[in-house]
Design a protein around this ligand. Sequence first.
Ligand SMILES: [Zn+2]
Ligand SMILES: [Zn+2]
Length: 162
Amino acid sequence: METECAKKWRLTHKGERQRYKQRWYQEHREQQLAHQRKWYHTHKQQAREHNKKYRLEHKEHVKEYRKMINAKVKREVLGHYSSDRMSCACCGEGHIEFLSIDHINNDGAQQRKAFVGARSIYWWLKAREFPNGYRVLCYNCNLSLGHHGYCPHQIKEEKSNE
Ligand SMILES: [Zn+2]
Ligand SMILES: [Zn+2]
C-alpha cells in the first residue's frame, strides 16, 4: 500500500519521471531497436506463431483496429485532396462514406495496375506523400465521369449559366 507521502511525491514528480523516461528512450532508441531486431531474427518462428495466435485470438480486435486505422488514413488522404473540405469537388457531397479519390487525368487501367499490392488507394497515396493529380469526388460523380465522361451536375450548372 502506497503511503500518502509517497503518493504525493509520485504525483509531484510525475512530469519529471515521464521526461526522464522519454529521454532514456530517445538515447537508447537505436539500441532498443537493434535489440528488438536481433530478438525477432533469432525468434522468427516464435514471433510469427505468436502473431498468428494473437491474430486468431483477437480476431475482432484486429479487425476493428484495421478498420480504425484504414479510416484514419482515408480521412487524412481525403482531407489533403479536398483542401480539408472533405467534400466532393463536383457536387459538394460531404459524407465520407460517399467520397473517393479520382485521378484527374483519368487513366483507370493504368491506375489500377499501379495500385496492385497496395492496401488501398489511400495507403498508396500516403506512402507516396500525396502526389499531385488527384481530387476528391463522391461515388456518383466519379461513376458518371467514368461511364459518361461527364457529370450531370456540370451540365446543369452550364445550363443555368446560359
Ligand atoms: Zn459529387
Ligand atoms: Zn457531380
